[in-house]
Design a protein around this ligand. Structure first.
Ligand SMILES: [Fe+2]
Ligand SMILES: [Fe+2]
Length: 289
């Protein structure tokens, strides 16, 4: 297995309350035959849920980059301009790595191409039918979803340890960077558009489609792999995500906070990244040896 991990380009975000920074890290992973088909707790439901998300990233993150870049020229604050560059660098790397992961999922027999084509067409349609302001509001809302999901995983490092190490590297890396740049699209929206009603209305729309489409994608992948009625896997996943451990259940207050007037993503405390960075460093080192 050949994995490279080299941080460079550190930027400070202009009005974060702490000295948080956005680092563009290179993670290059080769997906080997040692990865089982259901690589998250050997659980088809959990695995298909994350595969469904991964399939949406190349077109989704391209959309985020385009939406933010549409306002880049108007941004005067030099620190925010730098943060945009780092945001674009991180998202472009995520797209590249998830494309590789998606190719691996396709090689395992999942219908990735069909799903990807559908998502890309749908996003293009939404992008063309919306104003630049709506696209940016949609990006800020989706970035809130990715940030709270990233925090949810980083807050439960023992859960990430139950993934195959190659996949754990990908998701920990992505989660760390989503948490780091969680305010960038939001700050561009706040400084360049600032319409609180539009921001909250778009979040309602995004919530409906994000939850619906991700659920349908998970069901399709489970159906295609003959695991749709694996009740044991459903029970264990629901318990992890919404039950006793409640990885997603615990994100509800942070999700709802977005609807408050005057909300800012920095009001949600970050998950301490040290443990995740150590976890990632160890996983990368063990892959090299
Ligand atoms: Fe990303
Ligand atoms: Fe992001």
């Amino acid at each position: 297995m050949n994995t490279a991990f080299a941080p460079h380009n550190t930027y400070s975000v202009h009005d974060r309350t702490s000295t948080e920074s956005i680092q563009v890290r290179q993670l290059q992973t080769i997906y080997g035959k040692d990865i089982p088909r259901f690589w998250f707790q050997q659980n088809p439901v959990l695995t298909c849920m994350l595969i469904g998300l991964s399939v949406s990233f190349p077109a989704g993150e391209r959309y985020f980059i385009d939406s933010v870049r549409a306002f880049e020229e108007q941004v005067r604050d030099p620190a925010l301009r730098q943060a945009i560059k780092a945001f674009v660098g991180q998202e472009a790397n995520h797209t590249r790595e998830h494309r590789k992961a998606n190719n691996f999922f396709a090689s395992c027999g999942f219908p990735i191409e069909a799903i990807e084509t559908k998502i890309a067409a749908r996003i293009r349609q939404i992008q063309n039918q919306s104003t630049a302001e709506e696209n940016l509001a949609r990006t800020a809302a989706l970035e809130h979803f990715t940030a709270i999901m990233a925090k949810a995983f980083l807050d439960h490092p023992q859960t990430l340890e139950t993934m195959h190490p190659t996949m754990a590297r990908l998701w920990i890396w992505h989660a760390i960077e989503e948490q780091e740049h969680k305010s960038v699209a939001f700050d561009v929206y706040r400084t360049q558009v600032g319409d609180e009603d539009l921001r909250r209305r778009i979040m309602l729309e995004v919530s409906f489609f994000f939850i619906l489409l991700n659920t349908l994608r998970t069901l399709t992948l489970l159906h295609e792999s003959g695991q749709l009625f694996n009740l044991g896997a459903w029970g264990r996943s629901m318990d992890l995500l919404w039950g006793r451990v409640g990885v997603f259940r615990k994100t509800i207050p942070a999700y709802l906070a977005y609807f408050r007037r005057g909300f800012h993503p920095d009001q949600i405390p970050d998950s301490p990244a040290e443990r995740a960075l150590t976890q990632l460093g160890e996983l990368v080192r063990s892959a090299k040896s």
